[in-house]
Design a binder for this molecule. Structure first.
Ligand code: ZN
Length: 197
């Protein structure tokens, strides 16, 4: 059972900020896709980030959160905006030799209620890495808050409460078997490269 969410207000801003592109793309994996997501383009507008944080904070309003943590870099902006709305600390972890760590004097105290923020959840792998760090400090994970869920796999399978605003169900195809290529409308582009404009 897929639980898709559609926030039309957020979707409109994702499209106008070109954070969500529809067309024919080459993903970093080499697969072709009909959609491309780059949340930083949405979050570069503080008013958009604040709106998303307000919507997510409402969902967690009874959770008595002590601290919001985001993984660098994708989770940092939303973690900070969520912390602002909730009136709590906003921190981030960063990779040192591939492992997420707290640096810069950030800490999580034992039994603190921690909300994990992320811009987009795809497989849940990086969420799991942040969660391991929180547990290492003895924090209690209240849940995960994300702007977008990529829906691979079903987010209901995450072992934590998961709230997100908008589902993006992108299709991904092997280049040799891509229906968008077969239609021959326009060649695929690599978002993020200079060719994007
Ligand atoms: Zn294609």
């Amino acid at each position: 059972m897929l639980s898709l969410r559609e926030d039309k207000e957020i979707e409109k801003l994702l499209l106008t900020s070109q954070a969500l592109l529809k067309g024919h793309f080459i993903l970093s994996s080499g697969l072709h896709s009909n959609q491309y997501v780059q949340c930083a383009r949405f979050l570069q507008y503080p008013s958009y980030a604040e709106l998303a944080a307000r919507k997510l904070a409402t969902l967690y309003k009874d959770a008595h959160i002590d601290v919001v943590i985001g993984g660098a870099f994708g989770g940092i902006t939303l973690a900070y905006e969520l912390a602002r709305v909730l009136g709590v600390r906003g921190i981030f972890c960063e990779r040192v030799e591939g492992i997420f760590l707290l640096r810069r004097g950030f800490e999580i105290l034992p039994q603190e209620k921690v909300l994990i923020a992320e811009d987009v959840v795809t497989t849940g792998k990086s969420i799991d890495e942040v969660a391991q760090l929180v547990k290492h400090y003895g924090g209690n994970i209240v849940g995960v808050a994300s702007l977008i869920d990529r829906h691979m796999p079903d987010p209901e399978k995450l072992p934590y409460r998961f709230e997100w605003l908008h589902s993006v169900q992108a299709e991904a195809y092997d280049p040799s078997d891509c229906p968008l290529c077969r239609e021959g409308k326009e060649p695929p582009i690599k978002p993020g490269s200079r060719g994007i404009q």
